[in-house]
Design a protein around this ligand. Structure first.
Ligand SMILES: [Zn+2]
Length: 429
């Protein structure tokens, strides 16, 4: 049941409505920044400025990856990332009774792919039929913006959260999660974490873990005229990938009786995501590299999964005439992330249900079993902090014509604002 008087609730939702044109403009400005991996600086600057302008106390810091290595959940990037920058805004609680909250969102976006496949350029956001199009608009700059403007709405309506609030912008969510880890290493804690990823107004109940690795495969170069005397690294790589696909099917068979994912169709997915190799159309290629991603389920050990991957690759190489004596190398270069199930979060879930009902008029939110991962695992698994992941409707994230439904962004902003009210408590400012 809601702890918020109707009058307060209506004032906050009215303030969300009144600020929404500005919010959409802010979202477009943020989406215009191509904050791909390693290039998130301008987006972090943008958010740090936005927080400072609003009177948040801003902590903007950079930490070497090496200093994070002892933290639980650390993922090595094999040298790709050497330091992590993060931004935290703090709004001290206006009272003594409220609970504290971290609003967290990532600013990194995945590559846009060939621009000609987009209807309009990926970093030139446009609104068509109520959807904003752009790389990152959905995943997850709409959520980043919604959380910031939710707090704006509360303050504009004349209230202040009783509990302490943190607003955090992180990077590396799409590759290692080390941005979230940096905030924990910095010492930030709260009674709850809220991450407004584009979940379509569902609550992420369970999420898979993910392992990233690069396969380095060698071959023996010859002129194609004498291909039989050489060994084709690209074709050898295909043999390894076929074996890894079979391992993935085996994982899915084991998933059938999993408590969280038993009812989910094919929850574990394998992806060969990026491939490079060879030097010349008429030379048998002597090298091939492929970046891979394998899922795993909550409760499975990352180390065991890595061992099974290594064993599968070794066995497939054993069956290959050249790779048998020139075994491929595996480099663990990103996510080595555990799966996670949201548990022991009755209090924040009750607050979210009340906020959701105030906006949608129906019971909810529904649970979702998520076959990708979010940063929630760091708080829930390693620090016992309940971490909710809930946000707007987006389509084609990581694909072409990524888009977010602006009506749902407004609804999510209302839900987040009312969740803050329920969870942190409010005083009249
Ligand atoms: Zn995301």
């Amino acid at each position: 049941m809601s702890a918020i008087p109707d009058k307060t609730r209506n004032a906050i939702l009215d303030a969300v409505e009144a600020g929404f044109d500005d919010q959409v403009a802010f979202l477009a400005d943020l989406t215009r920044i191509p904050s791909r991996r390693g290039k998130e600086g301008a987006a972090l600057d943008f958010m740090a400025d936005a927080l400072a302008t609003r009177g948040w106390e801003v902590d903007d810091w950079t930490v070497p990856m090496s200093e994070l290595a002892s933290e639980p959940g650390f993922c090595d990037s094999a040298g790709y990332i050497t330091e992590i920058r993060a931004v935290n805004g703090t709004l001290e609680g206006a009272g003594s009774g409220g609970k504290s909250l971290i609003l967290q969102g990532h600013l990194d976006v995945v590559p846009e792919g060939p621009e000609e496949m987009w209807t309009t350029p990926p970093y030139d956001p446009v609104v068509r039929d109520g959807w904003m199009y752009g790389r990152g608009a959905g995943d997850m700059k709409a959520g980043d913006t919604a959380a910031l403007f939710a707090v704006d709405a509360i303050r504009r309506a004349g209230f202040a959260p009783e509990g302490r609030l943190h607003y955090q912008s992180v990077i590396e969510e799409e590759s290692t999660g080390m941005g979230a880890l940096a905030t924990l290493a910095r010492g930030y804690r709260a009674d709850c974490v809220f991450i407004p990823e584009p979940t379509g107004h569902t609550l992420v109940r369970a999420q898979v873990g993910v392992v990233w690795f690069k396969l380095r495969v060698l071959g023996k170069p010859t002129h194609v005229a004498y291909a039989g005397t050489g060994a084709n690294a690209i074709m050898g790589t295909f043999q390894l990938l076929t074996a890894l696909e079979a391992l993935c099917e085996d994982f899915n068979a084991r998933a059938a009786d999993h408590p969280a994912f038993g009812g989910t169709e094919h929850p574990v997915n394998f992806n060969a995501g990026k491939i490079k190799g060879g030097d010349w159309a008429s030379s048998v290629p002597s090298w091939c590299e492929v970046d891979c991603r394998m899922g795993l389920l909550p409760g499975w050990s990352v180390e065991d999964v890595k061992a099974e991957i290594a064993e599968t690759v070794a066995k497939a190489a054993e069956a290959h005439p050249f790779l048998r004596s020139n075994p491929p190398e595996i480099v663990w270069n990103g996510f080595q992330a555990d799966g996670f199930v949201l548990e022991n979060a009755e209090a924040p879930e009750t607050a979210l249900a009340a906020a959701h009902k105030s906006v949608f008029g129906t019971e909810g939110p529904e649970d979702r079993q998520f076959t990708a991962l979010t940063d929630t695992r760091f708080y829930g698994l390693y620090h016992g902090i309940p971490s909710l992941c809930y946000g707007p409707i987006a389509e084609s994230i990581h694909g072409f014509d990524e888009r977010v439904d602006l009506a749902s962004v407004k609804q999510s902003t209302g839900v987040i604002a009312l969740f803050i009210a329920e969870w942190c408590g409010l005083t009249e400012a």
